[in-house]
Design a binder for this molecule. Structure first.
Ligand SMILES: [Fe+2]
Length: 201
């Protein structure tokens, strides 16, 4: 029988476990900074789907380290509060129609967290998240598929990052990603800084 995990707490625990277990100092550090789940309150969010969330059915390959979280997300994606924070006039309709996020821990919930952000990003195949920057320090863990990553001053940038790979951005470091030939799922952490919208450069 398949175990169906769909509560934000379960997704949070799986994200914490994965980031703790990866052989990556930045991932371990972000995980260590998360409060214990029992210290955080949970708000119920109204599920919200966007047309792009259909791309969950065609995300790329996972890695051994990411398959457990991805399976949980696949089982639960229709219950999440998917959002598109960007406006078409600022970034173009290709991007707004080809990307979406849902929060696991955020200032507005579902897990109420004021010092950072834990969310899931979905990018359809071939979609570019253009160069942008923001004051919070950021970690991406590629969960499924692969992205072409570019970051000013980034080690080995530009290069492909695949499922199980970790990407770190310092505060205000300019960065961009483009999804490969399949849709991409990314676990995204922020810590520190302000909760401003990223500025597109
Ligand atoms: Fe970013």
């Amino acid at each position: 029988m398949t175990k169906c995990i769909n509560s934000p707490k379960e997704l949070f625990k799986l994200a914490y476990k994965m980031a703790s277990n990866l052989k990556d100092e930045n991932a371990n550090s972000f995980a260590a900074d998360l409060p214990h789940i029992d210290k955080l309150s949970v708000h119920k969010l109204t599920p919200s789907l966007l047309p792009i969330t259909n791309a969950m059915k065609s995300i790329g390959s996972t890695a051994k380290s990411t398959v457990e979280l991805v399976t949980a997300i696949k089982n639960a994606y229709k219950l999440q509060a998917w959002r598109q924070p960007y406006l078409e006039k600022d970034i173009g309709s290709t991007f707004t129609n080809g990307s979406a996020w849902f929060p696991i821990a955020d200032v507005n919930g579902p897990i109420v967290y004021n010092k950072g952000l834990v969310e899931i990003m979905l990018l359809n195949k071939g979609i570019t998240y253009p160069k942008h920057s923001h004051s919070p320090e950021e970690l991406y863990i590629v969960l499924a598929g692969q992205v072409w990553w570019e970051a000013e001053g980034g080690a080995n940038s530009p290069c492909w990052k695949k499922a199980g790979d970790v990407i770190h951005h310092s505060p205000n470091q300019v960065h961009a990603i483009t999804a490969g030939e399949e849709a991409v799922l990314i676990l995204n952490f922020w810590r520190g800084g302000a909760f401003e919208m990223p500025s597109i450069t």
